[in-house]
Design a protein around this ligand. Sequence first.
Ligand SMILES: Cc1cc2nc3c(=O)[nH]c(=O)nc-3n(C[C@H](O)[C@H](O)[C@H](O)COP(=O)(O)OP(=O)(O)OC[C@H]3O[C@@H](n4cnc5c(N)ncnc54)[C@H](O)[C@@H]3O)c2cc1C
Ligand SMILES: NC(=O)c1ccc[n+]([C@@H]2O[C@H](COP(=O)([O-])OP(=O)(O)OC[C@H]3O[C@@H](n4cnc5c(N)ncnc54)[C@H](O)[C@@H]3O)[C@@H](O)[C@H]2O)c1
Length: 454
Amino acid sequence: MEKVFDAAIIGMGPGGEVVADRLLTAGKKVVIFEAELIGGECAYWACVPSKTILRGPEVNVEANRVAGASAGALDWEKAKGYRDYMARHLDDSAQEQGYARRGATVVRARATITGPGSVGANGQEYLAHHVVIASGTEPFIPEFPGVGEITAWGTREVYTLKTLPRSVAIVGGSAVALETAFFLAGFGVEVTVLNRSARLLGREEPEVSALAEEYLRELGVKVLTNSSVASGRRGGGGSSVLVLVEGGEIAVDALVFATGRTPRTHGLDVARAGATLDGRGNVRVDEHCWAEEGLWAVGDATGIMPFTHVAKYQGSIVADSILGRDRTASYDGIPRVVFSSPEIAAVGLTREAAEERGIDAVAVRVNLPEAIVKPWTHEQAPRGDMGILVDRHQRMLIGAWAIAPQASEWIHQASMAIRGRVPLKVLRDMVPQFPSYSEAYLVALEKLLTDEGI
Ligand SMILES: Cc1cc2nc3c(=O)[nH]c(=O)nc-3n(C[C@H](O)[C@H](O)[C@H](O)COP(=O)(O)OP(=O)(O)OC[C@H]3O[C@@H](n4cnc5c(N)ncnc54)[C@H](O)[C@@H]3O)c2cc1C
Ligand SMILES: NC(=O)c1ccc[n+]([C@@H]2O[C@H](COP(=O)([O-])OP(=O)(O)OC[C@H]3O[C@@H](n4cnc5c(N)ncnc54)[C@H](O)[C@@H]3O)[C@@H](O)[C@H]2O)c1
């Protein structure tokens, strides 16, 4: 009799791994398919190496601002070595053995869907009661004349760099562009960011965009807005010459594409299992991450919020649903962080998004050094800003942002308030630690009361 698995998981990035882990823990029969490395983009070429390599430059920016401390020389060889260690030297044999030990069938191949409850790989057919698509994304690389002639890198090349270039141009103006600019500039590389729109981080509040640009410029990064590459050619001394759409040329050692990603769903044949893709190629799922009878999708392949924490969350929703526990995904209050120096964190709605939803929203901005003590204990010439957005009628927090040290951590208070729909009255009664950045929320809420009567 043919073996039927409880679940077949296509792709073992953070989303697929959570599904596999939970189902194996529950004693289910699981087959996993991975075309490259178990751990996915995040573990080897994205979140982990980028956050590891960004920490040195971040510490230096902070040290330079603290009385009695000073930045040390960054050691690229050591930093690179630790980055490679954290990215497991692109070796997932321990992961493969770990899953096999736990009873999973591990298939090292690109899988395709061959029918409802049926997955093909390596010329074999695997049957399962549940199929989970967790295939992630791949980089989107724009085409322009001469792109094949120049030295052009995607994020994989950048986050496995062995030798630092002297200069780069980064195309893009979102998370990857900013983090890569902070990383390379921090290690002394001459960086130019070519952002095709008028402001960086276009999905965030305009204040956030302006501050992000200011901090990049402070580090010596050149930011060109309404800019992109029209064509490229090889220049003298191995350089790459970029002809800009707005006119003019620049010569750099390499061009970095930070131009977003597209779902890795082509070739998966989801239609054979009755599922459909949206216009961007994302697998359409409902609030349970359910796509069709016996078919689920998690992580970047759904295009809902392309972050590792969301992929893991969706993985838990799917695993629990398969195990018969009723779970519904909610995407309220999920943080978005750019790990720059200082960190840029945001959660919930922006004013523009609130307006689109017809919400009567009120925004308050707080300059941290004017409002609280913590930045002064941290820095000699303190800086930092935060803002909150409140629904006037519901009297609840619906958005927040912060650009300051450790913002990735203290944004979670806003996250919890939004997700838990905590009334402003309760938030105002909080007693945050002195001195901490968290005190800024109280100041913002007081300002809301005095300025707006809310
Ligand atoms: C430079 C960079 C930095 C980032 N930093 C952060 C960060 O700090 N925090 C954060 O939250 N997010 C970050 N992200 C986003 C994060 O990497 C993704 O959201 C996350 O990896 C999505 O997880 P996933 O499981 O959906 O897919 P992936 O991690 O992309 O994994 C998908 C896996 O599926 C495999 N696969 C695909 N198709 C098949 C197939 N047909 N058969 C078998 N296997 C297949 C792939 O080989 C891959 O291993 C970053 C992204 C980039 C590019
Ligand atoms: N800290 C984090 O959580 C983190 C860090 C890095 C990346 N990520 C995730 O990784 C993914 C990729 O990030 P990203 O910044 O590359 O993608 P993105 O989609 O957020 O931004 C793409 C950028 O490229 C620009 N762009 C697109 N096409 C272009 C073209 N033809 N010419 C010029 N500019 C062009 C866009 O205007 C935009 O600024 C995202 O899902 C992001 O959320 C998350």
